[in-house]
Design a protein around this ligand. Structure first.
Ligand code: GAL
Length: 368
């Protein structure tokens, strides 16, 4: 076991060119490692427990890392509290974590904290969201975020039959946290699909709010999205008996839920809801897809992402090369970060059973 530890330590030294990795790298106890895992402590920093997906990400990561023989320090940063995330990461670095896996709240707020990781030769994997302006980031694992946006935009194009229908159609736009780098890809991907129809006049945005900053929702908050949409409804005069609203682009499920609340309060029902997009397949949203309040969501199987990241951690710990499939797309300001992009899938009422229940992601009871 000792021999194995020193072999992996030497591999780390070779890879990162530093004399030591992590603070208290104790050899893993006999029996600690399963499936040939290298052992050692891994820090996993998640942004919030208030959204379902991050709870799933955290628990999947913990379970899979432990199954691979690692000790896991899993921390959630309150409810998207940046100072909490910074101090949790500092504690992970001081506490002997040998690799950090971080889903950043604010992609640009971790530069100083992660300098400590770089100084100690602790590799950092950006999880789902890219960490900006930090040389410490070694790898990035996520879903194809641009494709997520394109899928949402294309869903609206197809549902309104924009190629053939005369229009014009009214649409409103809702995206996520401005400090989340993913928003550039979600909103950018969707707008690349929708903009030509806006330019030609087939799609109209009656609120006039088309800039990313105007469409952003702090912390991806359901309440914030609801508030903004209530204002849009009253200022434009949308309603089942008022101005017709044909579609709402929502970058994810938490914001989509807020929009649906606002629309229901304005008298909309499953029978006359506009087309509304989402992302994550959160349970309340899947229920609304089944009942007709939401049109689609983008399914990002967090089990797949966790599996890929555990594979990355394991490769790093064993001194081998992690699997990557993109070396062009994600520049964090210090250069392009080698990435693995998982595939997102469109979920609607027609395929949710196959995608979410038959795959074992949810039980029938979860979304009943
Ligand atoms: C994004 C993430 C989405 C969604 C959102 C809100 O970064 O990619 O899946 O969950 O944050 O948490």
């Amino acid at each position: 076991m000792k021999k194995k530890f020193f072999a992996s330590l030497m591999a780390m030294v070779m890879v990162f060119g530093l004399a030591a990795c992590g603070g208290s790298s104790e050899p893993a106890a006999e029996g600690d490692t399963a499936e040939g895992g290298a052992g050692g402590k891994i820090g996993v920093s998640m942004p919030t427990q208030s959204l379902q997906r991050w709870n799933q990400d955290g628990s999947n990561m913990k379970a899979e890392l432990e199954a691979a023989g690692y000790e896991v320090d899993l921390q959630y940063a309150g409810d998207n509290d940046i100072p909490t995330q910074v101090s949790q990461i500092e504690n992970m670095i001081a506490g002997g974590c040998e690799v950090l896996v971080v889903a950043a709240i604010d992609g640009s707020s971790l530069t100083t904290a992660l300098q400590g990781a770089a100084e100690k030769g602790i590799p950092v994997i950006a999880y789902d969201r890219l960490i900006m302006d930090s040389e410490a980031v070694s790898y990035y694992a996520t879903f194809d975020n641009y494709k997520v946006g394109q899928m949402q935009g294309q869903y609206i194009v197809d549902a309104l039959d924009l190629e053939n229908a005369e229009g014009p159609f009214n649409i409103e736009l809702v995206t996520g946290a401005p400090d989340d780098n993913n928003v550039n890809f979600f909103f950018g991907g969707a707008m690349d699909v929708l903009q030509p129809y806006i330019d030609s006049g087939k799609l109209v945005v009656p609120s006039g709010q088309t800039e990313k900053a105007q469409c952003a929702t702090a912390n991806w908050s359901t309440e914030e999205a609801q508030k903004r949409f209530e204002n849009i409804i009253s200022s434009v005069g949308y309603g089942p008996n008022g101005v017709k609203l044909d579609a709402v682009l929502c970058s994810n499920d938490s914001t989509s839920y807020g929009v649906q609340n606002a629309l229901q309060a304005a008298g909309y029902t499953a029978d006359n809801m506009p087309i509304i997009t989402g992302q994550d397949c959160d349970k309340p949203n899947v229920k609304n897809i089944v009942s007709g309040l939401q049109s689609m969501s983008v399914f990002k199987d967090t089990r797949t992402l966790a599996e890929k990241v555990v594979g990355m951690v394991d490769a790093i710990m064993k001194g081998t090369e992690p699997e990557i499939n993109d070396t062009e797309t994600y520049d964090n300001g210090t250069g392009v970060i080698p990435s693995y992009l998982c595939d997102p899938v469109v979920v609607t009422v027609d395929n949710y059973k196959e995608m979410l229940i038959d795959s074992g992601y949810y039980t029938e009871a979860d979304i009943a």
